[in-house]
Design a protein around this ligand. Structure first.
Ligand SMILES: Cc1cc2nc3c(=O)[nH]c(=O)nc-3n(C[C@H](O)[C@H](O)[C@H](O)COP(=O)(O)OP(=O)(O)OC[C@H]3O[C@@H](n4cnc5c(N)ncnc54)[C@H](O)[C@@H]3O)c2cc1C
Length: 388
């Protein structure tokens, strides 16, 4: 019959680590399974916002430390060769390497009492009974399971037949360019002309620069060529670097984050910002909320109530991502984007608001729903002027 636990978490990224940490702290007998042995690579820009910092502090009791996080206050927004906005005193974005960052979070969860089965593959998962067979032959089961296994989630595939909608999903490609140390002139750079319905990024790290492009997959079917062009503009030779790509649920939030007694968190639930692609913060927060809902439902001896509780707790995040989704076409729609960039270039106040969103200092809800039609009207006005 195998091991019986209170809760099983599948996946040990930020969402799974937060779920494991929260469940262990709530006194649950929790097992986290990840197919990778840590530290492991994870394709990601490693942009760590103020929002991520707040969630990490709340859930893990850790702050950004110089060994893992490089702060950056310089910001440049460009559209190809044109500079749209530049700031030397922008809100801080920290840059981190996921290999070390994720291993740190997982170690914290283990220290809190979460049992770990890493470097272990799942042979089968039966959501109805919360039963999991490992390729080692071991069996483990629990009344509740949290699927935190990323954008290609096996758990979501098992529940819904597919991990994501190919018409909505995003795709990103990156290279890591090695270099000696960080420079005081380093800036976080976003290039809105690098991809369709997406952008290119240059994120300075302590020993490298992460260069990448990402956007809605179906709008960028030739992403390797898009990356090559972007690298060429950055003065890098793509052929000598090893580009890697990964999907991200870029604005594709699941209407219900789970089914029955299985909850989904992080990328598996589609919780990625549809404008910025930020997912670390929401992964940690949703992992925490899923584990809290599980602990409360188990205390009531009603595992079936975990999902409705979790769904309610997720409401503010879902509203935030819906808000961003409504704004996205102003940023990325090809006919409107030139006018949006002209507006942004001429208005330092708007630049600050854009940066506050990007750096996680402000939420979309802070803009208020009325900001959307107002901004749309101004952009439409500029588009009309340009066309007249
Ligand atoms: C190119 C790119 C750039 C990005 N840049 C940023 C950025 O700068 N800032 C930001 O905030 N977000 C960024 N994101 C998004 C961010 O990486 C994700 O939102 C975040 O990692 C989600 O965390 P997670 O815990 O849900 O999933 P993940 O971090 O993907 O972790 C999932 C874990 O599940 C494990 N797993 C998968 N399948 C199984 C299985 N069958 N069995 C057991 N374990 C399994 C994996 O090994 C992995 O450890 C980027 C994404 C991409 C693709």
């Amino acid at each position: 019959m195998g091991q019986r636990r209170d809760l099983i978490v599948i996946g040990g990224g930020p969402a799974g680590a937060a779920a494991g940490m929260t469940a262990a702290r709530a006194g649950l007998d929790v097992l986290l399974i990840d197919k990778a042995a840590f530290p492991r690579e994870k394709l990601c820009g490693g942009g760590f916002t103020g929002r991520s910092r707040r969630h990490m502090a709340e859930i893990f009791g850790r702050d950004v430390t110089p060994d893992l996080f490089l702060p950056c206050n310089r910001f440049r927004l460009v559209a190809g060769a044109r500079t749209v906005a530049e700031m030397a005193d922008a809100p801080t974005i920290w840059l981190t390497m996921r290999r070390e960052f994720d291993a740190m979070l997982l170690a914290a969860a283990e220290e809190a009492g979460c049992a770990m089965a890493t470097g272990v593959r799942i042979a089968s998962f039966d959501p109805d009974g919360g039963r999991i067979s490992l390729t080692t032959g071991e069996e483990v089961s629990a009344p509740l399971v949290i699927g935190a296994d990323g954008a290609a989630s096996m758990v979501a595939r098992r529940l819904f037949g597919r991990a994501h909608d190919p018409a909505q999903v995003g795709f990103g490609m990156e290279v890591e360019v090695p270099r000696e140390g960080a420079l005081p002139t380093d800036a976080v750079e976003i290039d809105l002309a690098a991809a369709d319905w997406g952008y290119g990024w240059s994120f300075p790290k302590a020993g490298s620069i992460t260069l990448g492009v990402g956007g809605i997959h179906r709008r960028n079917p030739q992403m390797p060529a898009t990356l090559d062009r972007f690298l060429c503009r950055q003065g890098e030779d793509g052929a000598s670097l090893r580009p890697r790509g990964a999907f991200l649920p870029f604005g594709e939030v699941r209407p219900v984050a789970g089914k029955g007694t299985t909850l989904l968190a992080g990328d598996a639930a589609g919780l990625v910002d549809p404008i910025t692609g930020e997912g670390i913060a929401w992964a940690m927060k949703s992992g925490q909320l899923a584990a809290q809902a599980a602990a409360e439902a188990l205390a009531d001896r009603r595992p079936d109530r975990a999902l409705p509780r979790y769904q309610r707790a997720l409401a503010p995040i879902r509203a935030e991502l819906r808000h961003a989704r409504a704004l996205r076409w102003l940023f990325y729609q090809p006919l409107l984007q030139p006018a949006f960039l002209r507006l942004l270039a001429g208005e330092p106040r708007l630049q600050r608001r854009y940066l506050a969103l990007l750096s996680g200092e402000a939420d979309y809800a802070d803009l208020g729903w009325r900001a959307l039609p107002r901004l749309a009207a101004r952009i439409a006005g500029r588009t009309f002027q340009a066309g007249a």
